[in-house]
Design a protein. Sequence first.
Length: 465
Amino acid sequence: MKRRLAELGDWLEHRTGLIGQAQHFLYEEIPDSSGWHQVFGSLALFLFMVQAFTGILLAFNYAPTPGDAYDSLRYILTELTAGSLIRGLHHWGASMIIVVVVLHMVQVFLWGAYKKPRETTWMIGVVLLLVTLAYGLTGYLLPWDNRAYWGTTVTTQIAAMSPGIGAYLTQLLGAADGVGVVTFARFYAVHVLILPPATILLVALHVYLVRKHGVAPSPGDELKPKKRFFPVQVFKDTVVIFLAFALLFAMAIAVHVPLEQVADPTDTAYIPRPEWYFLCLFQMLKLFNGPLEVVGAIVLPGLSVLALMLAPFLDRGKVVKVTKRFAAIGIVVLLFVGWSALTMAAVKSTPPQEAAVDYSYPTEWMSLTPDQIATSTISDIPAFVRQGATIYQAKHCNACHAVNGAGGKIGPALNGLAKRQTRSWVEDHFADPQKLSPGTIMPPYPMSPQDRDNLTSYLFSLPDR
């Protein structure tokens, strides 16, 4: 058996050279100072493969057109085996890979590993960071729910602020007439057809340059005996990859990713918020008003990227140990504090979100009447819906109004109410119907703020029929 395996190995090596290349890769020499601080590159590569794999699995059942995209995602989440898990891995993997890529760049920056002759390696790393953010930006629209629609609307408005090229960018994004089918098609094409091959090319070039110039040694380590990449560094990379995937898997199971209602361009009351990694830029826009908006939206982010690209040319000093790189440490700490402050300010300034139906769960209960909901044992019914239906029954609203075909016909049917009235109008109508609907026979219904909120949220969750 061993002889046959050896013969097979010799045949494969003679025909392809793969075995020799793999041995060369694994047994390449690295500095003695290499260790745990250099695991982020391998981890980022692994997470990219996870994103590619889960993205392919989602694509098998995903319909890349706006309305169908939403329905197909609901099918994935509610009907497909492990569909919710795969989406969770893809969603949280997107956040994790951004964290890891940033940590990788911070490690390289602190150790001064961007200096001669590794300037090009660093610059390609900056481009990979931008590509990683582009994945998050283009993938944000693909669920085609309200959150995706209005968040992308803000993104296209920011792009339109670009001096001189704003109109061209808007045309390129397909958003000249607002976010629609063309915008969706172009975001999907970039996310699926352009970014993945670009990432593969850039990663291959990045790894090639790392191998060409070698891992940057710590100062004074140049003359020490070197060690092999395998097995010590491979073991460290594997341990970190295992722990990261365990965390990612736990988040995909335990931290639910909601799906809001299908995108509604008429819902102008919706308050959009970007993903957490863009909250810093979102908050920075609030610091600049009027004509100065372009400074926060375009100028400062552009200068930040330019500073990253030029870092190897701005810092030409001799490489010193990380413990002596006080300026670099100070810059990293200052940036982290600034990013944290802006992000926390954005979180605190976010108004409380109204109760909404999470459509990533089965919603058969939406066809039930209020009295059926109030007594139903279905576990997926949101608490505010169950409480709202109970209040609806207690106030005898069904005497005049119909829900899902059941109830009185004196007043208008309440299905699709969210498309006919605003939330504040409905709440005010409970308190003083005569003021808003003169001549109505509906009496006032004084309620506690919590009961009023639950009842209104329930009515707004009713599907249009």
